[in-house]
Design a protein around this ligand. Structure first.
Ligand code: ADP
Ligand code: MG
Length: 682
């Protein structure tokens, strides 16, 4: 970057120590920082015809003062000034709060421009800005910046504009020229000038388009470069895939693979047979058949003489997966073992020994599998299920143990494609976007709290048919105590209601894992018919006889979570139901529940969820991992995101990118961004 742009802000007129310190709090130190401090919104002062403005809309009009202002005072500091203004041939009333000084300044017949909220019924404008005379030309759209302390938006505008007029010409294009001309993007300096001072709506749109592309392009450049570097440096094993034997397994399954499963298996095989380490994310909705895919991959890996591990977040799930694997792999001469905390003493020692000397081919367990005491002889493939429940450190742990296995992350939370390619930008993504044939749609209803009695009647009917039900209530950290109490209350209410009919169990996070296991086992064995639970049952649990999922206070859950919960039923041959009980207070809440009743498709839901919640909230606060863009919006600008990703990938995979002087600035950018730190490499 040009030195001129790296000068401190104090070189500008009007900025002294004090202001510089305030700017520092906004992380603005240099001229360049100031120039890149973007408005968070714009104010539109374009004149509109009052006849075309809707009630409560913001409007700017020009008119003449038609009556002397009247002023009322309330208390010490509050006042309300009203006067009449003639706009074209309309006579309207203008209201100004807490600006008593206008009383003496406004003269009859004087021309003014007011901006504010239009009340169509009363024919009034409540003023947010008042200008004497006309607004100056070229200021129809004004940027609004977030400011602090004594800084005002107006001074911010001045500082930024001063930087741009003095130093803006030093801004250099960062996007390669061929891409600038391909997409008819603006020059960088013009882009920034227009973002801070749009001439009109159209120029602002063009500038925004350029800036968004640049943000996505630079981000994807990092991701794609990271992916390339990881591949080049990773000490993977190129495995041969024995298709004949793999096909034996596939044809022994009680069903044909879906098209999506076949495609994904091939993508995984492709990675496994390459000399780099697989680093792949497999997404598929609950019930889309990921476990089968995992089994096939583990089998192919085993035929080549390597051990495999399947890691899941809970012990119950580990047991379930273990059982399905054993079932699928019978008669194929595979040693599958389960390693959980309940494997103890001598048996544990023996099992660890057999892992170490390579007698065990596939081990299923929780993430305890990668703890210190566990040693493998020849670990070739690690698969983790429900990936984002794990910490992100597993890969490092594996590396430090000296293994370089292929890694496949599986997740049942459908992540919208836009998010997947940003949050997991350096990974390869496979998607199972098809359900096994004959799957029954889970009927979903939304009822108000007041109808809970009728819900219970419905539950009773299903129980009498021999089915089971979940009743879920929320447990959210901030209101943990209260929520837990709700679960306890609901449990005693239902126990009482169903006392002569069936058993009601209770499950919540405060139970020890042994207690949880016990509750789950009783429910699995149909010793308990109704399970009241907080969201701990969310992940992967499989009790095919349960056909009803009642979700209490459903408005407090996100769409993805509701969908995960719903996925606990519909696993058997019977028609299943999901009943959402809730009285959402706002439109977003209502919309969510409505969407749930309309679709069973996890990807469709996740796209909607992203729209309703925004990318920052999608993964929850702690584990967001979603990059923050200044202007780009992953949801609305996803087309640009896709294009930028393709362009970035093409570029980093070309030789010229790593050799030509022309790309030196971009290579420097990558170097500065720290992705080449050996820390990140496998
Ligand atoms: P996931 O792990 O994605 O939730 P599973 O692999 O557990 O899904 O599969 C859910 C159920 O569907 C299992 O009972 C499995 O046997 C069955 N299944 C998987 N693939 C198919 C298929 N292609 N055709 C029919 N049933 C299938
Ligand atoms: Mg699963």
């Amino acid at each position: 970057m040009r030195q001129e742009l790296l000068q401190p802000v104090v070189i500008l007129n009007g900025i002294g120590e004090e202001t510089a310190n305030l700017l520092k709090e906004l992380d603005i130190h240099t001229i360049n920082d100031l120039i890149n401090y973007l408005p968070y919104r714009y104010e539109d002062f374009k004149h509109k015809e009052l006849t075309e403005v809707k009630h409560d809309e913001r409007v700017t009009v020009e008119g003449t003062v038609h009556s002397a202002p009247l002023i009322q005072f309330y208390g010490k500091k509050k006042s309300r000034l009203t006067f009449r203004v003639l706009v074209d041939r309309f006579l309207i009333t203008v209201i100004c709060f807490n600006r008593p000084y206008y009383k003496t300044k406004l003269n009859l017949n004087e021309q003014i421009t007011v901006t504010g909220k239009w009340d169509q019924h009363r024919q009034t404008i409540t003023v947010s800005e008042l200008v004497f005379g006309s607004r100056p030309n070229g200021h129809e759209i004004e940027p609004v910046y977030s400011v602090k302390g004594n800084l005002t938006v107006k001074t911010m505008r001045k500082f930024i504009w001063q930087s741009l007029t003095k130093y803006g010409d030093y801004l250099e294009n960062i996007i390669p020229n061929q891409l600038v001309s391909k997409y008819k993007l603006l020059q960088r300096k013009d882009t920034l000038k227009l973002l801070h001072h749009p001439i009109d709506g159209n120029s602002l749109k063009q500038a925004r388009r350029t800036y968004v592309y640049e943000e996505f392009f630079l981000f994807q450049l990092k991701m794609q470069a990271l992916r390339k570097v990881q591949r080049n440096h990773s000490q993977g094993i190129a495995k041969k895939i024995n298709h004949r034997q793999v096909n034996n397994l596939i044809s022994s399954l009680p069903f044909p693979l879906t098209g999506a499963q076949k495609r994904v298996v091939n993508e995984i095989f492709d990675d496994m047979s390459q000399p780099y380490r697989m680093n792949r994310l497999l997404q598929g909705d609950v019930g889309s058949g990921k476990t089968v895919v995992a089994t096939i991959a583990l089998y192919a890996n085993m035929i080549e003489g390597y051990q495999g591990a399947l890691m899941v977040p809970t012990e119950i799930l580990a047991e379930q997966h273990f059982e399905s694997l054993v079932k699928m792999l019978t008669n194929l001469d595979v040693n599958v073992e389960l390693l959980t905390s309940s494997v103890k003493g001598k048996r544990r020692k023996e099992l660890l020994e057999r892992l170490k000397n390579g007698e065990i081919d596939i081990v299923v367990g929780t993430h305890a599998l990668i703890q210190d005491e566990v040693q493998f002889q020849k670990l070739g493939l690690v698969i983790t299920d429900e990936q984002h429940r794990f910490g992100v450190n597993q890969r490092r742990v594996l590396r430090e143990k000296g293994y370089f296995p292929d890694v496949l992350f599986m997740t049942a939370t459908p992540i919208p494609r836009t998010l997947a390619i940003t949050a997991f930008g350096e990974m390869d993504v496979s998607i199972i976007d098809e359900y096994p044939a004959g799957r029954k749609k889970i009927e979903t209803y939304w009822v108000k709290q007041e109808m809970f009695d009728r819900v219970l009647t419905f539950v009773q009917k299903e129980i009498e048919k021999g089915r089971q039900a979940y009743v879920i209530c929320p447990l959210i950290e901030e209101s943990e105590k209260l929520d837990l109490q709700n679960a306890l209350d609901l449990h005693s209410q239902l126990s009482f209601h169903f006392q002569s009919i069936c058993k009601v169990g209770l499950m919540h996070g405060k139970l020890s894992s042994a207690e949880k296991d016990e509750v789950m086992k009783a429910f699995s064995a149909n010793e308990v018919q109704i399970l009241v639970s907080t969201t701990v049952v969310e992940v992967g649990v499989n009790v095919p006889n349960s056909t009803i999922m009642v979700i209490y206070d459903a408005e407090r859950f996100g769409l993805s979570q509701l969908h995960q919960l719903r996925g606990r039923v519909g696993r058997g041959s019977e028609q299943s139901y999901c009943i959402l009980v809730g009285n959402p207070k706002n439109e977003v809440g209502k919309e969510r529940l409505r969407i749930m009743t309309e679709t069973n498709d996890g990807f469709e839901l996740s796209e909607k969820d992203l729209e309703l919640r925004g990318p920052g909230d999608f993964f929850g606060k702690q584990q967001s991992g979603v990059p923050v863009f200044k202007m780009a919006d992953m949801v609305h600008d996803y087309r640009i995101l896709e294009v930028a990703r393709t362009d970035a990938a093409m570029l980093v995979n070309s030789n010229s990118f790593w050799e030509d002087d022309h790309y030196l600035p971009l290579r420097d950018y990558l170097k500065d961004s720290g992705i080449f730190n050996s820390e990140k490499l496998d």
